[in-house]
Design a protein around this ligand. Structure first.
Ligand code: UP6
Length: 274
């Protein structure tokens, strides 16, 4: 599949979405295409991780529904640390219900996701309606966030026996193209053939590829998770690599994060030079 060989700053300049522009600029400034998947179950651990690893990441990925003491402190803390270390926040919620339910899960509700997450993702199992639903909330005239919120489609999964393959993945691309507005890219294991070869003349759709299942040491686990290295992911077309346990369970997570950052960045430089 074709992958982007353009530098992040070029893609930042020509991208139509503010969140993608911001993200590419952060990546360039911090020399990082690394996202930490911070799967912690209490607010203090979550915030401590964000503060320690903040300097080395472009995005902090959360699953706040696993944080048992989620609340005001979590929201305020995340926002503060995002500003302090200049990273975006991605809530890996994988919205998968009918549109009107998803609107309530995204905006308000127990988790107030629209208030603090720059990026969320959607599992488009039920078709385009769920994407339309999020776009309605984001672009609503009364929304205080309008251009500051973006959506990714979960086009593939890293788990063994995943059903999100082939036609399903292709349908995700169609939905992203038809429901343009807030969709900036995909969660996928590799390039999906959507890369624009030359944005200077065709500045249209430049979908970002976010890749989970990244780990330097392990090839998988007993629950079906499958891994690739940062280098392999970026070589295959990933624009932002997402690593969880590979980093936060290591003995020295700061040093390990730096190692993932370096490997991801070197692979990016090799790709744009190719
Ligand atoms: N995730 C995957 N695979 C997918 C989609 N999402 O692993 O297809 C998410 C998981 C977890 C993180 O929910 O938060 O990415 C992977 O964590 P790990 O690096 O510790 O395996």
């Amino acid at each position: 599949a074709s992958k982007s060989t353009l530098p992040y700053h070029v893609r930042a300049d020509s991208h139509q979405h503010l969140v993608a522009q911001k993200l590419f600029r952060i990546a360039e400034q911090k020399k990082s295409n690394l996202i930490i998947s911070a799967d912690f179950s209490d607010t203090d651990s979550l915030l401590q991780c964000a503060d320690e690893l903040g300097p080395y990441i472009a995005v902090f990925k959360t699953h706040v529904d696993i944080v048992h003491d989620f609340g005001e402190k979590t929201v305020v803390g995340l926002k503060k640390l995002a500003a302090k270390h200049n990273f975006l926040i991605f809530e890996d919620r994988k919205f998968v219900d009918i549109g009107s339910t998803v609107q309530k899960q995204y905006h308000g509700g127990a988790l107030r996701i629209s208030e603090w997450a720059d990026i969320v993702n959607v599992s488009p199992l039920g078709g385009w309606g769920v994407v339309e639903a999020l776009e309605q909330v984001i672009s609503n005239e009364t929304s205080p966030y309008r251009d500051e919120r973006a959506v990714l489609l979960l086009a593939e999964m890293t788990t063994a026996g995943s059903l999100a393959t082939g036609k399903y993945t292709q349908k995700c691309i169609e939905i992203a193209k038809q429901r343009g507005g807030a969709v900036i890219g995909f969660v996928a294991t590799e390039a999906l053939g959507t890369a624009e070869p030359d944005l200077t003349t065709t500045a249209k759709e430049d979908f970002l590829i976010f890749t989970t299942g990244v780990n330097i040491c392990q090839s998988g686990n007993i629950l079906g998770q499958q891994y690739q290295t940062p280098e392999a992911a970026v070589r295959g077309g990933s624009d932002f690599i997402i690593a969880g346990r590979g980093i936060y369970t290591s003995e020295n997570r700061v040093e390990t994060a730096k190692q993932y950052q370096r490997e991801g960045w070197n692979a990016y430089e090799a790709r744009i030079a190719s």
